[in-house]
Design a protein around this ligand. Sequence first.
Ligand code: ARG
Length: 628
Amino acid sequence: MTEQYLGIPVPVLSESNIPITKPDLLNMPRSNQYIWTATQRDLISHLVGLNPVLAEAGMRATEPSPNVAADLTVICHEMAGRLRKSPAQIAQELAEGFNSDPNPPTIQEAIAQKGYLNFLLNMHIFGNQAISEVETYQDHYGEQNIGEGETVVIDCSSPNVAKYMSIGHLRSTIIGESLARINRAIGYKVIRDNHLGDWGTQFGMLARAHELWADDYEELSEGTDPVKGLYKLYVRIHEEVEKEKIAERERSGLDANEDVETALEREGRRWFQRLESGDERAIELLKWATQKSLAEFQRVYDVLGSRYEYMLGESFYIPMIPRVLEYMRERNIASIDETGAIVVDLSMKNLDKLVVQKTDGTSLYSTRDLATLVARCAWFNPHRIIYVVGEDQQRYFRQIFATFDMMTGNTGPQTEHVHFGMIRLPEGKMSTRAGRVIFLEDLLTEAVDRARQKIDDLSRDLSREEKETIARQVGVGAVVFFDLGQGRERSIKFDWDSALSFTGRSAPYIQYAYARMRALLQRAQKEQMELRYDLPIEVTNQPGNALIKHLSKFPEAITRAAQTSRPDILAEYIFRAADLFTTLYDRVRIVNEPDSVRRNSLLRLTQASAQVVKNGLDLLCIEAPERM
Ligand code: ARG
């Protein structure tokens, strides 16, 4: 039985590709069961109990600005009109009402400050619950079931066959993997689909180049470096085309900005037509190129720890194209223009037009993306599809989504282009070795080399193997955090010093703080300080309490990161956790604290911090070294 969507049949997926990320919903707490969100929710319902009109006035509890000494704030200005009272008066009355009957028990008291109603947590009760929560859920602390098992498809990495992976694909790989983990953590079933670029005119060009010059490159023979050979073919044919263009323009007296089609391009186009009509030789070459390229990509994926439920290249959707075009033609979504191409008119959305079939009858990137959308809807019935692709394709995705909305009559899944800016790499040996090509593996290798040097200086008592593992964790982590920590929309310049810094916002800083927490706990264990879970949490210092509160906000940080597709929110959160712990560690005795209840509390706080940092790093695809 073939599956279909919009009446368009889709190819059958093989059994081996069944998604592996089905979350175990039963064991996950509801989003509002964690103490921090529960406190906010219960506070609001208690206040509404005091005055039901507040609900209609849209009362919310928010985090106060950092200079206010409070844990939660209700801003009364927004409710003033509705209640016909001044904000200060509302705050005053509510504070009195609350203090005469404080509830929930995690809140100690309310303080009215002009139009602001501030609340202080009861750190005995709140602290105990917050720490126990981390201890109960451990590796699952922070997980929720907001997604209720619905499916999110993440289109990410998606490099092009017969070329090297670019720094843009690296970003897509890292951001995509992190978003996959974050969405899974809040209860979505996640399908990572690597939409390999393995089809299109460029492969016609490649086939032509192969036909002409394959013998010139020994890399192309088995057992050497086929991807390099393919890349050389690609570079050569483009250089030849450029030369031909210049000659052609001179011959026909055209301006430099005028486009001319050269003989080589025509030949490439013809090869692509052969490819689309199933020419065996062309397909054989492409299959071979894909296999070789995948082996290269896989090495990068292994280093980064990213995995895919599916790696379905553009070529997979070719059989669907006639029906997709027919569907659009029948409904007048697409029409033939004066050149004979098939186009979608999007001018009413200010998106000009989208070409979906070329004059010569071949498909385009866009056609294959539309077919892919149809197939994904049929296979996965997704709630949301996220495309992690560079910002240069913003307009393109607007066009694709607008066209798809027309096809489905707005009944399709949510679609979202999670775009990101460019990373410029540092000058030096990496960028010069291959002209404009950047060898990603070189970037990662250099990161590990540099980390190894630092580790050598830092920790002399570790074995060679341990150092090697740590160098890999720190080096790769540094690159990943540099990417995720910056906010994906910014264009950034990669810089070794800040990526590998042990003092700033960086993976090594966080990893070092984590290793310190582990070392501290080990020391306590050696000194026979068994952790006691029956004793209360009593942390009487400011850095400790700040850390407890921060740990309780981890689930909320995950939710925000998921809903905005912004791993940097989580990166900042984890950095703060590491930083608050470092402050605590610098200012307060922990193992040497004489009072046993307090010492026990601080050790459990350390353990909970380590757990949160580890869970958070995992969502960012960064490993947490036990020692450093
Ligand atoms: N292969 C494309 C490129 O390198 C990215 C593909 C992104 N995904 C998609 N469904 N269009 O630019």
